[in-house]
Design a binder for this molecule. Structure first.
Ligand code: HSE
Length: 438
């Protein structure tokens, strides 16, 4: 059978890795796909005189539109990232009747509804396994492996850079900026690393997970997003003393009132397997009604892990080239006419437990004031820890764990505590999840 022709957009960390994997594992990949797969055209900026490994037989250009408009290209592999021109390139490829493979989570999270509708109308596939959790085949697991189940919730460590930073802070007491620089040098971090540390990258991925788990449109603007930039060494240490680890989690949950979509630092019991996922590794914990919990673990970033998912998509698309477009796995797991409008729950209505840390004057009545406010807000306190003031200091650190309560009630109580004259500085609030099966 005639080889499948790939047009590769981007030859950076992931694009270069993909070209090398396609070349180095060519025979094994062809045995699986049923056809040879060859890169015939690639686009990248700043091309040198030497062709990168895996593109030796390809035309190279700096104009990515040349690739998507090349009539000999069967599958366009978009690995340039970002919104634009990725969106225009992908839509042009679809308009030209080409299948698309992408690792671009921002593109899918923000423009996926438009892109999938265009692909559906043209009868082509847009595959995006590498967009979430790098090399872990999590899209395939949810869309296909778990299709018998109602998914109840998903909690994932889905940003390797953030997990690497939190791990190094905990294990080595390293400085935030220093660890981030290392993640950038290793090729894990986004082009704009604020996407990693402010939770935007995880929010892109969570929004995709939520849609394929619950059959709702992609709604990136409704993800509550908080990053790790305000997590201090103190919180990491106190969490550990209380038997918890701080992880940056993406959580999506089906509740009676709507779907939760939130990304934030979270205290989780240290005995959970997912609490022990360290470094740049990712893990996704899924609670499904018939399977129960299942955990998916692996490298979430880096050239070869991401290329592993990209190439798996290329193989999948190659196999489906001759199949009836109406019988392919739907882009968002559910048939396009069965995507529903279950509301996304506003953050105010989300229920979690909380870890609070505050600095209070070391004098009589302060603790009584704080607990009175908590009581008036109907917040039950689970544990309290007070550290005596350091020598020469007049404020003491108070740590509290609360029971589960609506976010709006906690916001109300925190506003009142923050106004107390005896409280100095900002009260730190980190959400707590047990991640248990009940
Ligand atoms: N910056 C991302 C991360 C890369 O650190 O997880 C993979 O999406």
């Amino acid at each position: 059978m005639k080889p499948v022709n790939i047009g590769l957009l981007g030859l950076g960390t992931v694009g270069g890795g993909t070209a090398r994997v396609l070349a180095s594992n060519a025979a094994e990949i062809a045995r699986r796909a049923g056809r040879e797969i060859q890169v015939i055209h690639a686009a990248a900026r700043g091309l040198g005189t030497e062709k990168p490994q895996g593109t030796e037989h390809a035309l190279l250009t700096e104009d990515a539109f040349e690739v998507v408009n090349n009539p000999d290209v069967d599958i366009v592999v978009e690995l340039i990232g970002g919104d634009s021109p990725a969106r225009e390139l992908v839509l042009q490829a679809i308009a030209n009747g080409k299948h698309v493979v992408t690792a671009n989570k921002a593109l899918i999270a923000k423009h996926g509804n438009e892109i999938f509708a265009a692909a559906q109308a043209k009868g082509v596939v847009v595959a995006f396994e590498a967009a979430v959790a790098g090399g872990i085949p999590i899209i395939k697991a949810i869309r296909e492996g778990l299709s018998a189940n109602k998914i109840q919730w998903i909690a994932g460590i889905i940003n390797g850079t953030g997990n690497f930073i939190l791990t190094e802070m905990r294990d080595k007491g390293r400085d935030f900026a220093d660890v981030l620089a290392e993640a950038q040098a290793l090729g894990y971090a986004e082009a704009d690393p604020t996407f990693d540390v402010e939770g935007i990258d995880a929010a892109h991925k969570l929004c995709i997970l939520s849609s394929i788990a619950f059959g709702v449109p992609l709604q990136f603007d409704k993800v509550y997003t908080e990053g790790i930039s305000k997590i201090s060494q103190e919180d990491v240490t106190f969490a550990s003393q209380l038997g918890y680890r701080i992880k940056h989690l993406g959580i999506t949950k089906a509740t009676a009132k709507g779907i939760e979509m939130r990304v934030h630092p979270t205290l989780i019991p240290e005995k959970r397997l997912i609490a022990n996922v360290d470094g740049v590794m990712n893990a996704v914990l899924i609670m499904a009604d018939r399977l129960g919990p299942s955990l998916y673990y692996g490298a979430g970033a880096g050239a070869y892990p991401t290329a592993s998912a990209v190439v798996a998509d290329i193989v999948d698309v190659t196999r489906s080239l001759t199949t009836d477009p109406d019988n392919r796995v739907p882009h968002l797991a559910f048939q396009p006419d069965k995507i529903n409008d279950t509301p996304i729950l506003p953050m105010d209505d989300v229920e979690t437990a909380y870890y609070l840390r505050m600095n209070a004057d070391d004098k009589p009545g302060v603790m009584a004031d704080i607990t009175r406010i908590m009581g008036e807000s109907m917040i039950s306190i689970e544990a309290i820890l007070q550290k005596e003031p350091a020598q020469g200091e007049s404020t003491a650190t108070i740590i509290m764990l609360t029971q589960r309560i609506r976010e709006a009630q906690m916001n109300h109580a925190l506003a009142a505590i923050q106004k107390l004259k005896s409280i100095s500085g900002q009260v730190t609030r980190i959400r707590v999840e047990s991640l248990s099966s009940n």
